[in-house]
Write a protein that binds this ligand. Structure first.
Ligand code: PLP
Length: 393
């Protein structure tokens, strides 16, 4: 009989995850939550999720779906009505030679899973993948989990930390296999113009790279609409477009994302998913069908959320402008990327512990002199949080 307890067992992580770091954005939210639970007043500007409730028409659709029996496994790649709705949205902007078909689409448990599955089936040992930087922390880890090497390509301050095709070309080697795009960008809120995207897509096509375009913030844009790469290409041969319901429809907890990919890639992603998580939650898929097909109600909800995001963004920018603090002008998403001039890890810890404000240090996005502030929070919290941040600077 063994007397060893589970906690006493030695654990050496397998080489599969030896390099893996916990998601810094999730870690900040967890710390803010722990402080709140301990009775501290915390303004959480760390979370990357809309603070709105899922619109009523979507919640009602989910309730109806449960009552109608959406409680069982579905096809691994997702129910047909959802994939049809996703294809219809894609083809509304795509004018190329091979319109998206439902069989080119794989629905997963969040776009995070879609991104991981895409990286895992496309890249492997010896491959390099260009990651415009700063970018969402998980891209680096996902590429590394696929045993490929993420290659950060840093954007210039003068261009809102966006990268150019020329900078990507300079960073490429004979081992480059792909590039990750994300516009509007997390963490900067920067939005690539159609021309900037066109140049990158032309380079990728010329070099035969895979392009993974994460368009999760596409509908959250302010002065001009953000551009989907689908509206810019003539064929989808090497293109994987990722999107989901989390941010645009305030549905983070429902866990629905998808990939639109060439059929062979979609089939490989489905096979991978069939051995890992199977289908995403049936009821969530039905909720997503409502979000994508009741376009009038959905547009009204998105317009209202974007109106609030814009007011908060403008109020926060006014505080920063008055103080002369440097930041990236956010034309989309719901983040402000602020230059704190030094070690942002120490700054963020100080701001949370003494100022009660949670923000994400830019070290999570390989740019340690910056912090990310999420304005997916009530406007008075955003303004107060940014004021305290400025005071701490
Ligand atoms: N892509 C980016 C750029 C994100 O910021 C996030 C969430 O923070 C995701 C993907 C993941 O979204 P989902 O909730 O659909 O997995």
């Amino acid at each position: 009989m063994t007397t060893a307890t589970a906690s006493a067992l030695p654990f050496t992580p397998s080489p599969n995850i030896a390099q893996l770091k916990e998601s810094a954005t999730i870690a900040v939210s967890a710390r803010a939550r722990a402080l709140k639970a301990a009775g501290r007043q915390v303004i959480d500007l760390g979370a990357g999720e809309p603070d709105f409730d899922t619109p009523t028409f979507i919640r009602r659709a989910a309730q109806r779906a449960i009552d109608a029996g959406a409680t069982r496994y579905t096809a691994t790649e997702g129910i047909l009505p959802l994939r049809e709705a996703i294809a219809a949205h894609a083809n509304a902007v795509y004018r190329g030679s091979d319109p998206a078909r439902p069989s080119d689409i794989v629905v997963s448990s969040g776009s995070k899973q879609s991104l991981f599955n895409a990286c895992f089936v496309l890249f492997g040992a010896g491959d390099e993948v260009l990651v415009p930087t700063p970018s969402w922390t998980s891209y680096y880890e996902m590429v590394a989990l696929a045993k490929a090497v993420p290659v950060p390509v840093f954007g210039a301050r003068s261009r809102g930390l966006k990268v150019t095709a020329a900078e990507l070309a300079d960073a490429a080697t004979s081992r480059t296999r792909g590039v990750m795009l994300n516009s509007p960008c997390n963490p900067t809120g920067a939005v690539y113009s159609a021309e900037e995207l066109r140049e990158i897509l032309a380079l990728a096509a010329d070099r035969g790279w895979w392009v993974i375009s994460d368009e999760i913030y596409l509908h959250i844009a302010y002065d001009v609409p953000a551009t989907s790469v689908l509206s810019l290409v003539q064929d989808r041969e090497r293109l994987i477009v990722i999107n989901g319901v989390a941010k645009s429809y305030a549905m983070t907890g429902w866990r629905i994302g998808w990939a639109i990919a060439p059929h062979a890639v979609a089939a490989a992603m489905t096979a991978l998913q069939s051995h890992t998580t199977s289908n995403p939650a049936a009821v969530s898929q039905h909720a997503a069908v409502a979000a994508l097909t009741d376009t009038e109600a959905a547009q009204a909800a998105i317009t209202e959320m974007v109106r609030h995001f814009r007011m908060r963004r403008d109020a926060a920018m006014a505080v920063l402008d008055e103080a002369g603090v440097q930041y990236v002008r956010p034309d989309g998403a719901f983040y402000l990327y602020i230059n704190v001039g030094g070690d942002s890890g120490a700054f963020a810890t100080r701001l949370l512990d003494s100022g009660g404000i949670a923000v994400v240090p830019g070290s999570a996005f390989l740019t340690p002199e910056w912090v990310r502030v999420s304005y997916a929070a009530p406007i008075e919290h955003v303004v107060e949080g940014v004021r305290r941040l400025v005071a701490a600077l």
